[in-house]
Design a protein. Sequence first.
Length: 476
Amino acid sequence: MPRKAPATPLPFVATKGKGTLKLHALTAKDCAAWLKKAPAATRQRAEQANFTARPGQVLALYDDKGHLISVLAGVNSPLQLFDLAAASEALARSLSEKTLKGAVFEIDGVKAAELEKACIGWGLAAYRFDSYKGGKKNSAFPKLLWPAGVKKNAVEAHIESASLIRTLINIPANDMGPDELEDAAKTLAGAEGLTIRVIRDKDLLKHNFPMIHAVGKGSTRRPRLIDMHWGNTRHPKITLVGKGVCFDTGGLDIKPPAAMYTMKKDMGGAAHVLGLALLIIRYKLPVRLRVLIPAVENSISGDSYRPSDVLDSRKGLTVEVGDTDAEGRLILADALALACEEKPALLVNFATLTGAARVALGVEIPVIFSNNEKLAFTLKDIGMANDDPLWPLPLWQPYRKEMASDIADLSSTGVGKAGAITAALFLESFVDPKVDWVHIDLYAWDHGGKPGRTKGGTEMASRALFAYLQNRFGKK
């Protein structure tokens, strides 16, 4: 892991102590009945605070000496992933550091089937990326007593996966270039038992990855393809491909400053496939996993690729460069072509690919495309059920005419207005139609203000994809 990476938060304790306090989770529907049975002082305090158990509403209860005795937390029905994150964050803000260090809470009112979700949300609320800040840091956070019956390893795997994704995206580009992204992949490989091979720089041309090399050759931080494997070769092959543009200036079609500021997150696709790989391995899913990350920096120099250049590709198609700021699809295309050569049962790529996807669905909902329409809508339903939304857009084939080139097999950008769709159609050109393929165009960034999700890099669609893989390939 690159320097200054924060530790994964695991704010849980295994043993109930004398000072353990109740955390009562209440829905708006059940609130009035619960308060009716509560002591008069509790009812009075709830009335004064207008506490009606709206989701996210938190009420701390104290005795007559000012000691905290319990907490009420409004939650959804059914409970959502980050419902208790609101309570943990409210307590972290309101309690003193001394109180926080000894505070342990025991959940009450959450159904057994929802406890794992509640614990994951609680843990993710403790995530902070403050390693680059000086001075004393208040690392105290309210701790939760592990509920009986909860699979601790599963909760910890989800928290570690999400924290890995967030941290890799949050690390600034001066500490997260292709070298450091490779180091992060090697760290994961060493810890979780993956094999790893890396093809670097001019060896990319030798091994027929011309578009990965073309995009990255303008930077002193040399391009590479990271190739990782895990699992039994007899199991179904699952391949994950993640866009690893460690910083995107836009190349010679340079971005304006406002658009460039967050471009450290342009390797968010790579972060997601590493985080998802961690989950797959920790759960020991019976699959043969492959992870491909084309890692580059899209920089500007005398060796940068140019608009109107014609590039060769691994698949054999020639591509006219329409815009050097549409670099992600080029490196993904070579990786997708490689992935299809072994005919995986499922091929999924994650990429912070287009602003058009954000225009279509905003920053909170990733766009999903698939050459299997039933698969796309299945993932949409699973995402909604797991508080990890996705929404399908069509691979509208008539738009292919807009990607024609006068001098090459296709243009990298085309001339139409449906930018998310034409980008997906471009990628589809490099995918074997016999392979089930999913393309996720995501933002990978949160502007802050929501419980459990601090401002900065954030996981999107990884829990939905994992739930799908678990349903489809998990042990029955």
